[in-house]
Design a protein around this ligand. Structure first.
Ligand SMILES: Cc1ncc(COP(=O)(O)O)c(C=O)c1O
Length: 400
């Protein structure tokens, strides 16, 4: 029988990044050597002390249901970590542990947004923001950012997009896919707008600790008077190389956390108990692996940006944070001087098919003409990928 699907599921699509990863897997399964710039996840293993904490949790039978919003020691540890690292002042009743940061966003949007509500999302945006808003019944409203501003959204641009229907804005700094970082002064102007217009400011901080000089990790929750309007979404996925463990968290007003708890109690229940104990170690143990990863990302960032800029017709701004380069390849598209494809979508398909390089087209992020390249891979693979992209874009050559 053909399932009669609901309007709400028909409003959204499968995550385009997941689609690219699945396509690349098909090539790899055929034994093809694919340079994979697709996945948005650290290539480093989860640190040893975190793995050991999980093993201890298994051995001591921490395998039962936990409280729906997470074990109290973890909620306390998240609040303490956020205060120490990012200067906030949340209490455990203002914290819920979710099944990854994506789940945090899904649940927070799910309890606050409904039909008729608008949510401002700067573009380029992380693929899931608009679809999560649409699933909840809301309308995403995009505000473009510019490469000459390092893709950092400006309060003045946001102000123009505010209407009486605006209920929320989502600021992801550093940004996936552009690496754009919103400097504290600008972020505070955005907060002031939210306060003036009674709008929720959701700060997605999943990449908070991966910022390059001169930026420093920053949370808008540390600003004076922020707590009335701010919802913070964070995750151990990137900072601690724990994408598969599925632990994220939300910090915000108690009434919001209670509503999210209600939703979670009727859907996923608690996040995996073992993963919660691993996250507890991440939040309370040494963070010595974080600067080591950052130093490695910084080297890779330098190499990928230099390499992309050396290809005729490609421009690329320095990403301020995260681990993505977001080059403009429009000269290689449509009627551009070095055209190889009709659009970035087609170009990324050809790059996979012919050059065996996996990456995500800008269309997925609301920014046609661009490509997203994840440099969470070794320098050797970055060199190989750059060689293949250069050969394909300049001479149409396939991978040998
Ligand atoms: C901007 C952004 N927010 C949230 C997430 C969600 O991460 P997770 O669900 O693994 O915590 C991601 C993952 O790619 C992301 O890039």
């Amino acid at each position: 029988m053909q399932p009669q699907l609901t309007n709400r599921i028909n409003r959204i699509s499968v995550s385009p990044t997941a689609t690219v990863i699945a396509e690349a897997e098909k090539y790899k399964a055929r034994g093809i050597d694919v340079v994979d710039f697709g996945p948005g996840e650290p290539d480093f293993p989860t640190p040893e002390h975190i793995k050991k904490a999980a093993i201890r949790a298994i051995e001591s039978d921490k395998s039962k249901y936990t409280a729906t919003p997470g074990i109290m020691p973890l909620r306390e540890a998240i609040c303490a970590w956020h205060k120490r690292e990012l200067g906030s002042s949340f209490e455990p009743k203002e914290c819920i542990v979710n099944v990854g940061g994506k789940h945090s966003i899904f649940n927070a949007v799910g309890v606050l947004i409904q039909a008729g509500d608008e949510v401002i999302i700067p573009a380029p945006y992380w693929v899931s923001f608009p679809d999560i808003v649409k699933y909840a019944g809301g309308t995403p409203v995009h505000v473009e950012t510019r490469p000459e501003d390092g893709f950092s959204v400006k309060a003045a641009a946001i102000e123009k997009a505010i209407t009486p229907k605006t209920r929320m804005m989502i600021i992801n700094s550093p940004s996936n896919p552009s690496g754009g970082v919103v400097p504290p002064a600008e972020y505070q102007k955005i907060l002031a707008l939210c306060k003036r217009h009674n709008i929720w400011l959701m700060g997605d901080e999943c990449y908070s600790h991966f910022v390059y000089e001169p930026h420093k990790p920053y949370s808008i929750a540390s600003a004076a008077g922020a707590k009335d309007n701010v919802i913070i979404v964070g995750s151990v996925s990137k900072t601690f190389a724990m994408t598969g463990w599925r632990i994220g968290y939300t910090l915000g007003p108690e009434a919001l956390i209670q509503a999210m708890n209600k939703l979670q109690s009727q859907s996923t229940s608690n996040p995996t108990s073992i993963a919660q104990y691993a996250a507890l170690e991440a939040m309370t143990g040494t963070m010595e692996t974080v600067p080591l990863m950052l130093a490695e990302y910084a080297k890779r960032r330098k190499r990928i940006v230099e390499g992309l800029r050396a290809i005729p017709g490609v421009t690329c701004t320095d990403p301020g944070g995260a681990f993505y380069a977001f080059p403009n390849v429009s000269a290689h598209l449509g009627s551009g001087p070095h055209s190889r494809a009709k659009d970035a979508f087609e170009l990324s398909r050809l790059l996979l098919e012919k050059a065996h390089v996996a990456l995500v087209p800008g269309e997925a992020f609301g920014m046609p003409g661009y490509l997203r390249i994840s440099y969470a891979t070794s320098i050797a693979r970055i060199e190989e990928g750059l060689r293949r992209i250069e050969r394909f874009l300049t001479r149409g050559e396939a991978a040998s």
